[in-house]
Design a protein around this ligand. Sequence first.
Ligand code: UDP
Length: 242
Amino acid sequence: MNNEYELIYEGKAKKVFSHNDSEKVIIEFKDDATAFNALKKAKFEGKGKLNCLISARIFELLKKNDIPTHFIKLKSENTMIAQKINVIPLEIVLRNTAYGSLCKQTTIKAGTVLLKPLIDIYLKNDELNDPLLTRDRIQLMNILSSQDLDLIIDLTIKINEILKSFFYNIQLQLVDFKLEFGYDFNNNIILGDEISPDNCRLWDLNQKNDTIVSLDKDRFRNDLGGLIEAYSEIYQRIKDFI
Ligand code: UDP
């Protein structure tokens, strides 16, 4: 990005720049990958572009299904224009299949398909290592009203229904994903952040046996290799389908 735009915020995987229109921002997707609260770091050339293009397609799909999102349009292959939001410091994780931290913290076996989606809410706070919250703790911190929390949970369930069937159609099992929401200029809650293999677990259903083939950031977390190949495969399937 040239210096015509002011850097407002830099996160682990994205940079946010100002836009001439104060109600908008420009989001640049970086090639950096981090895991385990940034204890593990690497760079994958082309990851930023793939996540930006995948997120754009998914946001368009959600928009068509009446989900309010911050996405306005792509600016380039690795930048998008989005509505500026006041980010709610919560990470909303929805799980369809047990994996990752759920299996480390409970007795549920990895790969168990959950009878109904489980929603886990974490505090977006690196210093505290994103702790798992309870509804009462959320209220205690005055992060948002109970009604707004219900709205976010309802939106997350709807988003899951849309994404689960979409991914199933392209032979991918949507295991779990993480969302972030924020308030726009009219104080409406809208979906922010990104939806990409960085924050969704996607397993390939094109397998003859029951082995788990992750086409997501677990390739990096678990040193499986082939991250760019996996993300490219996801983008290709989405592009061919939409
Ligand atoms: N996730 C994320 N950011 C985080 C933590 C988790 O995007 O800071 C996503 C992760 O990619 C997965 C889902 O949320 O799709 C559930 O992750 P989990 O709680 O199992 O944590 P992990 O095993 O990644 O530590």
